[in-house]
Design a protein around this ligand. Structure first.
Ligand code: SAH
Length: 476
């Protein structure tokens, strides 16, 4: 569309925000010219400065909120605009939920080709969080220095590696602050240098903190740029850390590689246990308020573990409900990680098979199965798109139900193709990216399946991310 208007960099415009993009940015129009304004909320009238101008649209920087939107709230975190973690903390939580519901529906329409009327029939209301703050059980804090050379820790500013000093992220557990301040004080006192990415020198790269919400157990892992298995004046540091209630494990992780990867492969426990434990319960009832059987997980600093255990219980209980087991079924859990879903399913299925690419995760899965006395779960290490076709062609494996929980990029084509050949009664797709979900659902539906139920579960309040569970059944 040619608007006739020409705008350029540094122009100041007043715009009313009418929509929100998939990354949480506000969208408004001036004379038919579209403006994308980060940190502006639907309903705001704002003054913005054009940072980058194209023919029909531009990216603007929020300069001033002239008339605040009715759904705008004051975020708890004063760094929410700089930090890369939360994109929509300034939106009322109910509005965040409706944004996420709409985002899932739009992706299913636009990418999946599903009709709106059909989606309105099969989509259930999004499952929200009771408390949209302090929900994360894990955080990895980079350690560095500020302009004056003072030791700091906090979070990376959006799309950069500049550290914003903040020991008290509102998404994390309250113990983080005391733990981080104890470590910084210790480093200052003993002149322990922070790692410097640019030169590859210095010692402390990151601090990983994880808490078992059910057990109350806390783990601290110091990621260091050294082959040494000790930490400077570690006895004194440990003495200070163990005073913090719940402290269960203190370790170092060795990472001398000059990469962005946070953790190295080796972990040495300095004090306490090697792992913390946590319990995830199957939940029942309309609003998942009934607590049923629990599965205990033992988690090391390197293990993958869901970061929002409260919502994970709801998401996986929903998936279990969608799977609809009677006790006679053979179920495959693809992209199974440490087997959280597999172990959930095992209690109600005849047999569960899990497939996962990371060997360490499968080790955890097997250990956790044994620990919980689960004998009907078996795990395979390897890429789903390699393991599944091979087992299908060589052993003719079959499934009554297949569950998939892939990473953001979704399922591999080979994986989808083999799933279709296996002809399970039902497929339950758990997704952390509704765009790739929509793409994959199209393939499954063209291959003879029908979407029965879809429900989004918010795991990440304040951010634009949302999880979705979807149940498909084979058409007769
Ligand atoms: N359901 C799991 C989490 C799944 S996250 C849990 O709750 O623990 C997605 C998982 O897929 C990750 O563990 C990742 O390592 C694994 N993965 C990614 N690509 C894969 C592939 N091509 N084949 C097998 N596993 C893969």
């Amino acid at each position: 569309m040619d608007t006739g208007m020409e705008y350029k960099k540094n122009d100041i415009l007043t715009v009313t925000i009418e929509d929100i993009g998939n990354d949480g940015e506000g969208i408004g129009k001036v004379d038919g010219y579209t403006l994308f304004v980060k940190d502006a909320v639907i309903g705001d009238t704002v003054r913005c400065k054009i940072m980058k101008a194209k023919k029909n649209y531009a990216y603007g920087k929020l300069e001033e909120i002239l008339v605040p939107s009715g759904i705008r709230v004051t975020p708890l975190c004063k760094f929410h605009r700089q930090c890369g973690g939360c994109q929509i903390q300034a939106m009322d939580y109910e509005a965040q939920l409706s944004f996420k519901q709409k985002k899932v529906k739009n992706n299913l329409m636009r990418i999946g080709g599903f009709q709106e009327a059909f989606l309105e029939e099969v989509m259930e209301p999004i499952v929200g969080m009771e408390n949209a703050y302090h929900y994360r059980n894990k955080a990895q804090f980079p350690v560095g220095t500020d302009k004056e050379g003072k030791l700091i820790t906090g979070f990376y500013a959006g799309r950069t590696h500049d550290i914003i000093a903040n020991t008290d992220c509102v998404l994390g557990v309250e113990e983080n602050k005391e733990i981080l301040e104890t470590i910084l004080r210790h480093m200052e006192k003993h002149h322990v240098p922070a790692y410097d990415e640019k030169t590859g020198t210095g010692l402390v790269r990151h601090v990983l903190i994880r808490k078992g919400f059910a057990s109350g157990e806390i783990m601290v892992c110091l990621v260091v740029n050294s082959e040494g298995k000790r930490f400077p004046a570690q006895d004194e540091l440990i003495e200070a850390l163990v005073k913090i209630s719940g402290m269960t494990s203190v370790s170092v992780n060795i990472n001398t590689a000059r990469t962005n990867v946070i953790m190295g492969d080796e972990v040495y426990t300095l004090w306490g246990k090697d792992k913390i434990s946590d319990t995830i319960h199957v939940r029942e009832g309309e609003d998942f308020s009934l607590t049923n059987r629990g599965i205990v997980f033992h988690i090391s600093p390197l293990s993958f573990y869901q970061v929002n255990p409260v919502q994970t219980e709801k998401l996986y209980s929903l998936a279990l409900d969608y799977v609809g087991l009677t006790g006679t079924e053979t179920v495959w859990d693809l992209y199974c990680g440490i087997g959280t879903i597999s172990l959930f399913l095992a209690g109600a299925a005849k047999k569960v098979y899990g497939v996962e690419a990371i060997p360490q995760a499968i080790e955890d899965a097997r250990e956790n199965a044994a620990y919980n006395g689960i004998k009907n779960a078996e795990f395979y290490v390897g890429k789903v798109e390699e393991v599944l076709p091979e087992l299908y062609s060589k052993e003719g494996i079959r499934a009554d139900v297949i569950v998939v929980d892939p990473p953001r990029k979704g399922c591999d084509g080979e994986c989808l193709e083999t799933m279709l050949k296996m002809r399970p009664e039902r497929i339950v797709y758990v997704s952390c990216d509704s765009a790739t979900l929509a793409r994959d659902l199209r393939v499954l539906c063209d291959g003879g399946y029908e979407v029965r139920r879809v429900r989004a579960v918010d795991q990440f309040g304040g951010s634009v991310h949302v999880e979705v569970a979807c149940c498909l059944s084979r058409m007769k």
